[in-house]
Design a protein around this ligand. Structure first.
Ligand code: SF4
Length: 233
């Protein structure tokens, strides 16, 4: 049975960076089936945790933000893990806000269903699809992410693909293989995010900051021209 209301683990009232070009609130949904080693929000992993914020109270708050915010970004956790996401998107749009989603593409069928209710998608592409389990800990997660990519590209919804880069998890050959594959899909926007130590509970990664080599980025841009590097703070 589908949950009636979205379960949120937290909220950022104002963000200028989570939906490019928009002032947005960010809603963090509870629950994620992946176990990425670099995850900054492991407190959002358990699907059964009680909601930190009651959905009706959040909607009442959002009602008062009309005219002050452009959009609501659903992030996580993994928002598409919850069946209530589709109805939540409708409610938010009915208040006049644009909608955006951060997803790792874990549930591509549900993603395909809700894409018409979205104005923008930030889709994680974490690794070459056949190497996903090494990074996420979950067999089959690469196939799901590839299906999600296909759905996003077919939808026409504005998007960016995002890859968090740590040299222990992604070698230059991995990134080159990803660039070749993304080019074959006709991908136009790819963001490379340098690993940030903040919030990461994996000691082996966290004690070893990672920087992208500009020469490698230039080689990647020869394949996917619109690459943005988000440097670690
Ligand atoms: S998909 Fe996101 S929330 Fe889930 S484990 Fe990976 S980084 Fe964390």
């Amino acid at each position: 049975m589908r949950q009636k209301e979205l379960v949120l683990g937290g909220l950022t009232p104002l963000s200028t960076i989570d939906f490019p070009g928009r002032l947005g609130a960010v809603f963090y949904t509870q629950g994620c089936p992946l176990r990425c080693r670099y995850c900054h929000n492991p407190e959002l992993w358990p699907a059964q945790a009680p909601a930190a914020l009651a959905w009706p109270a959040v909607m009442a708050w959002l009602h008062r933000r009309r005219g002050l915010l452009d959009a609501v970004v659903f992030s996580g956790g993994e928002p598409t893990a919850q069946g209530a996401l589709g109805a939540a998107l409708v409610q938010v749009r009915d208040l006049g806000f644009e909608t955006a989603l951060h997803t790792a593409g874990v549930y591509p069928k549900r993603l395909a269903e809700i894409l018409p209710r979205l104005d923008w998608v930030g889709l994680d592409i974490k690794a070459p699809f056949d190497r996903y389990p090494k990074l996420t800990g979950v067999p089959g997660s690469g196939e799901k992410a590839e299906q999600a990519l296909t759905a996003v590209l077919a939808s026409g919804v504005d998007y960016e693909l995002r890859t968090t880069v740590h040299h222990q998890l992604l070698a230059p050959e991995d990134l080159m293989a990803m660039a070749h594959n993304l080019r074959s899909y006709g991908v136009r926007r790819w963001v490379l995010q340098e690993f940030r130590t903040q919030g990461c509970t994996d000691a082996a990664l966290a004690c070893m900051p990672s920087r992208l080599d500009p020469a490698l980025v230039a080689r990647l841009r020869a394949l996917v021209p619109d690459i943005t590097v988000r440097a670690a703070a």
